[in-house]
Design a protein around this ligand. Structure first.
Ligand SMILES: [Zn+2]
Length: 307
């Protein structure tokens, strides 16, 4: 028997949230891990080998979150720019720690060939609360556009503005998790007063290309590298992954810029969004981080060869 999902515990079905519902949602969010020790602490230890800068700061009531970026030492304007972002969705742990792992273990191998600009945790308030939205119940990853309602997005756009038209590669590191279906998609539907339509969570890694400028070979280079580390999501019986048609193995497409997605924040010819699946019994958190780092390395190798 198919049971209708239970109504989301905040708000009235069919009615978008107002301030009272947003406050109620906020009151339920608790700090569950530490940005300072788990992220800032790691970044501090990278300072001996990389340039580290604070590109903004979130002032959220009693909590203050410096927004940090890591750059190649000896930045050289003659070299192509590679942008790596993680933690645009704070709960997507391997996006953050995969970006940091890439910097620690792999970034120096590209010295003298590219300028690396890495923002490993774009949404630190959400990192601590293991949530998708920022403190104002806004998804930063729909907010990369002019007059953005999300400070997280505005700060990153300001950081990358000088490279917007000349970056070569941008890879944005995400996860698709079981909590997308159990909590975050129902919350989104409730917030916007819409019905929740179950979609099913893909079992494995996939990437999102730009439907406005697809780069199928580039995406396959990333898939091929990640497949050495973790399994690739198959298409479902409708030929889709997470509700979008599969255009090649492990690849779907979104209109990145039109939807205000982070991967649309530059005009880099080679752009992708990774989606690691951390809830499989077949993967460990370590493997998820390695999958993200492998994706970054493959993206840079491809971009440099294709240039
Ligand atoms: Zn995400």
């Amino acid at each position: 028997m198919n049971m209708a999902p239970a109504p989301y515990p905040i708000g009235t079905s069919g009615t978008p949230w107002g301030d009272a519902e947003r406050s109620e949602w906020l009151s339920r969010q608790t700090r569950r891990r530490s940005y300072a020790s788990e992220v800032l602490g790691v970044i501090e230890r990278l300072r001996s080998r990389f340039d580290v800068e604070e590109y903004g700061c979130l002032d959220y009531g009693p909590d203050r979150y410096p927004l940090m970026a890591i750059r190649s030492r000896n930045w050289n304007d003659d070299l192509p720019v590679v942008l790596v972002t993680g933690g645009v969705h704070g709960y997507e742990t391997s996006g953050v720690h995969g970006a940091l792992r890439f910097v620690d273990k792999h970034a120096e191998a590209y010295a003298g060939r590219v300028n690396l600009l890495v923002a490993p945790c774009v949404s630190p308030w959400a990192y601590e609360r293991i949530h998708r939205w920022n403190r104002n119940a806004i998804d930063p990853n729909r907010s990369f556009h002019d007059d953005s309602p999300a400070e997280e997005s505005t700060a990153l756009m300001r950081l990358v503005a000088p490279y917007r038209d000349r970056a070569l590669i941008h890879i944005d590191l995400h996860e698709t998790t079981d909590t997308d279906e159990s909590e975050f998609r129902p919350a989104l539907a409730a917030r916007d007063g819409k019905p929740f339509e179950p979609a099913g969570i893909p079992d494995g890694f996939y990437v999102v290309d730009d439907s406005a400028n697809p780069q199928p070979e580039f995406q396959q280079a990333v898939i091929g590298a990640v497949e050495q580390v973790t399994h690739i999501a198959p298409a479902d019986d409708k030929g889709e992954i997470f509700g979008s048609p599969v255009v090649a193995r492990g690849v779907i497409e979104y209109p990145l810029t039109q939807w205000g997605l982070c991967a649309g924040v530059t005009r880099a010819p080679y752009r992708t969004t990774t989606e690691v699946y951390p809830d499989s019994p077949r993967v460990t958190p370590e493997q998820c981080n390695r999958a993200q780092a492998a994706a970054v390395c493959a993206a840079i190798t491809y971009g440099l060869a294709a240039r």
